[in-house]
Design a protein around this ligand. Structure first.
Ligand code: S3P
Length: 170
C-alpha cells in the first residue's frame, strides 16, 4: 500500500524543515520542501523572487507547485512555505499537520539560532516584525481550520514533535 504524504504547515520559522528532517531520520520517508522546489524551478532564491517578480508571482508559483505535488509526490514528508496552506488542493496532497507555536516563541527561536541573521534575511515577510505579527494573527485560525492534526512545537523539541506526529498518523 502506498503511504499518504504528510504536509507540514505553519508560520515562518516555526521549524517545518527541522521537523521534516527529524521525521525522515526516524522513518523511511523522504522529504521535500515546497520553497526548495520553487527555487529550483525558477533557479532563484525566494528572496530574489519576491524582490524581482513580486509576491503575486511567488503565490502563482506556489499554486503551480501544489498541483505538481498532488500529481507527483507519494509517500513523502512535504514541508511548505508559511503561505502554502492556502492552496485549494492542499488536502488532496496528503495529511495536513499544523505546527503550532506563539509568535513570541517563533521569534525567540529564530533569534537564538546559530545562523539567525540568515534565517531572517531569507524571509522577506519577516523584514518588518509588526507586519509579520499581523500576518501571524490573520493566519492562526486559518491554519487550524485546514489542519487534520495540530502539533504544538513551542518547546522547540523536534524529537517530541516527531513522536507526537507518528502517534497521530498511526
Ligand atoms: C512565506 C513563508 C516562507 C516563504 C516565503 C513566504 C509566507 O517560507 O515561502 O517567504 O508567506 O509565510 P517559510 O515558512 O519556510 O519561512
Amino acid at each position: 500500500m502506498k503511504k499518504e504524504n504528510i504536509i507540514l504547515i505553519g508560520f515562518m520559522g516555526v521549524g517545518k524543515g527541522t521537523v521534516a528532517r527529524a521525521l525522515v531520520k526516524q522513518s523511511d520517508y523522504f522529504a521535500v520542501d515546497t520553497d526548495d522546489l520553487i527555487e529550483s524551478l525558477e533557479n532563484k532564491k525566494i528572496k530574489k523572487i519576491f524582490e524581482q517578480d513580486g509576491e503575486p508571482y511567488f503565490r502563482a508559483l506556489e499554486k503551480k507547485c501544489a498541483l505538481w505535488c498532488e500529481k507527483n509526490i507519494k509517500g513523502s514528508i512535504i514541508s511548505t512555505g508559511g503561505g502554502f496552506y492556502k492552496q485549494e488542493n492542499l488536502k488532496k496532497i496528503g495529511k495536513v499537520i499544523y505546527l503550532q507555536s506563539t509568535f513570541e516563541a517563533i521569534l525567540e527561536g529564530l533569534k537564538n539560532a546559530p545562523n539567525s541573521k540568515k534565517k531572517f534575511k531569507k524571509r522577506p515577510l519577516l523584514s518588518n516584525l509588526e507586519e509579520a505579527k499581523k500576518i501571524y494573527n490573520q493566519r492562526i485560525k486559518e491554519y487550524e481550520k485546514v489542519a487534520d492534526i495540530i502539533i504544538n512545537v513551542e518547546d522547540w523539541d523536534e524529537n517530541k514533535a516527531v513522536k507526537k506526529i507518528f502517534k497521530a498518523i498511526k
